[in-house]
Design a protein around this ligand. Structure first.
Ligand code: 5RP
Length: 227
């Protein structure tokens, strides 16, 4: 029976484990940060059932804000709050140091901002996202539109192969370059190096501030890892 679990079953299982984590660790009435993507969407649907014990949420994208509000969860502006207990979000890849590649859904900048405010980053994903060395998933970089050609040339100098994500405009009005070809052995260093290119808003490496808790879903159940 377990072999028949679909990707959505795994996302559902980890979302439900994350809801339990919130019940156990977030004081009633406290603020919860909520990520973006299909796994985060399962999580949003799960916390609809516990909305009375959540003081408010901060969304990492317009899509997440709409889904939260649709469930009757209170959505706050990040500037209205001064502390956030937990941030829950998915990832495209995560390594053993709990560094992640994020931004497959294009929400990396707001995700990184909300994550920076949270005391605890809880990453939720299925076991396919856990890798030895990150980089197979192209690294998203959010760029001010007028700088995209310049930033692309600089990324090539770093050994990457950037491709403009066609038809994508971020919630912040910018474009995304997806950078192929990296084998990321120094996530903290590469994150800093890319962020120093003029015109880059931020990149999808979450290494300096990685995950604190990983809930990883597989056919054997949901396993929990701490940084
Ligand atoms: C969005 C993200 C997502 O967390 C990441 O892309 C994983 O998405 P999914 O849960 O759909 O696999 O960073 O910007």
């Amino acid at each position: 029976m377990k072999d028949l679990m679909t990707q959505d079953d795994l996302k559902q299982a980890v979302a439900s484990a994350a809801r339990d984590y919130v019940i156990e660790h977030l004081p009633p009435g406290a603020i919860l940060g909520v990520g973006t993507g299909s796994t985060a969407n399962f999580f949003i649907d799960e916390i609809a059932g516990i909305k009375d014990r959540i003081g408010g949420t901060v969304a990492s994208s317009e899509a997440t804000a709409r889904r939260l509000a649709g469930h009757g969860l209170r959505v706050l502006d990040l500037n209205e709050i001064d502390a956030m207990g937990i941030y829950v979000d998915g990832a495209d890849e995560i390594d053993a140091s709990m560094a992640m590649i994020k931004g497959g859904g294009g929400a990396l900048t707001r995700e990184k901002i909300v994550a920076a405010v949270a005391d605890t980053f809880v990453c939720i994903c299925d076991a396919s996202k856990r890798v030895e060395t990150m980089g197979k998933f192209p690294l998203p970089v959010e760029v001010i539109p007028m700088a995209s050609a310049f930033v692309s040339r600089e990324l090539v100098k770093l050994g990457g192969v950037p491709k403009l994500r066609e038809g994508m405009v971020t919630d912040n009005g910018n474009v995304i370059l997806d950078v192929h070809g990296f084998s990321i052995t120094d996530p903290v260093g590469l994150e800093a190096q890319i962020n120093q290119i003029v015109g880059v808003v931020t990149n999808g490496l979450f290494a300096r501030r990685g995950a604190d808790v990983l809930l990883l879903s597989s056919a054997n159940g949901v396993q929990s890892f701490l940084r």
